[in-house]
Design a protein around this ligand. Structure first.
Ligand SMILES: Cc1ncc(C[n+]2csc(CCOP(=O)(O)OP(=O)(O)O)c2C)c(N)n1
Ligand SMILES: [Mg+2]
Length: 346
């Protein structure tokens, strides 16, 4: 992290003045966000060595959302999201070793090496995974929320999607059903301004995507997604509303990805100036500056967190490298819950 922090200048006004939360919360945000950044930077390195193959979409720049999710909802709440999902899985508490092994396609991965970068999953962590079909998880999350209501729990289902998915018909159908039945679902649009190379401005005359909620009378807000503090606050507001039985809530979290859509994207559709503007709002830098400026913790305490995560991710890589690939004979295992699924042929 040292170089991430040294290279970036952050204007003082980006640092909120007062401490609203305790020291442990600020340090937790730093730790969660740095874990995601380090995990993906190391993953990109392994990808460049062809140790990781296939699709690979990183979250770098968007980590404040993972940070907010670590504190703003409960571990019993469910989450389902799209394919840009390593950071969400990690913030749910999936072990970095099992996530890194999954990227490597190894049998020790969180889905035994059969999912890869887009398809982490862990029922134990209430993480219903990454989905590769744009918008497919919106009705799935709505259904998970229905199940929670049916079972009479106090849990909500956080259903996340990108700005590109926000124009899918499935979203409108799900919003309508969720409001009609007052389902405990928190919809989050991570608006990073681009769907592959297509900017939000090219796909609709409505650029503030939270406004879509108004058509359904769904409470909807726009949130600063470059700061875990604002994400946390919005999540708590939304969760309180949902848990009171009033039904869904929609947050459009405005964020930015520093890398291309996936590893193969040179991102020529945006200017260097635009990228630099957002790098000045780097959530990791913002939170570290706040911690230091407001004397929440010392530089030594920050360094200790950074060192701990560096070791954790190095160990995760070693674990992934030393693990075995799944056996070919297990190809058809774990794909279907129905044991006698009749449509498999050799
Ligand atoms: C139904 C469907 N259409 C097209 C694609 C190809 N595709 C993959 S990612 C993507 C862009 C989605 O962008 P967004 O929802 O904003 O998510 P982001 O990548 O920005 O996180 C597209 C069009 C797909 N996977 N599924
Ligand atoms: Mg997008």
């Amino acid at each position: 992290m040292a170089d991430v922090l040294e290279k970036k200048k952050v204007t003082e006004k980006k640092v909120a003045e007062a401490n609203k939360y305790d020291k442990a919360t600020y340090l937790r945000w730093l730790e969660v966000m740095y874990r995601v950044r380090r995990f993906e930077e190391k993953g990109l390195f392994a990808y460049s060595q062809q140790k990781i193959r296939g699709f690979f979409h990183v979250y770098i720049g968007q980590e404040a959302i993972a940070g907010g999710l670590a504190t703003g909802i409960r571990p019993e709440d469910k989450i389902v999201t799209a394919y840009r999902q390593h950071g969400i899985a990690l913030t749910r508490g999936l072990d970095s070793k099992s996530c890194m092994a999954e990227l490597y396609g190894k049998e020790t991965g969180c889905v035994k090496g059969k999912g890869g970068s887009m398809h982490f999953f862990s029922a134990q962590h209430n993480y219903f995974g990454g989905n590769g079909i744009v918008g497919a998880q919106i009705p799935i999350g709505t259904g998970i929320a229905f199940a929670e209501k049916y079972k009479g729990t106090d849990n909500l289902c956080v259903t996340m999607f990108g700005d590109g998915a926000a124009r899918q018909g499935a979203l409108y159908e799900s919003f309508n059903m969720a409001m009609t039945w007052k389902l405990p679902v928190l919809y989050i649009c991570e608006n990073n301004m681009y769907a592959m190379g297509t900017s939000v401005k090219r796909t609709s005359n409505v650029h503030d995507l939270y406004k879509v909620g108004a058509a359904f009378d769904m409470p909807s807000e726009s949130v600063d997604g470059m700061n875990p503090e604002s994400v946390h606050e919005a999540l708590q507001r939304a969760a309180a509303h949902i848990r009171s039985g009033k039904g869904p809530y929609y947050l459009e979290i405005k964020t930015y990805r520093y890398r291309g859509h996936s590893v193969s994207d040179p991102a020529k559709y945006r200017t260097k100036e635009e990228l630099e503007t957002y790098k000045e709002k780097d959530p990791l830098v913002i939170i570290q500056n706040k911690i230091l400026k407001n004397k929440i913790a010392s530089q030594a305490e920050i360094d200790a967190i950074v060192d701990k995560i560096n070791v954790e991710i190095d160990e995760a890589m070693e674990f992934a490298e030393n693990s075995s690939y799944p056996l070919a004979s297990e190809l058809y295992e774990d794909n279907y819950t129905q044991k006698d699924y009749p449509f498999i042929t050799d």
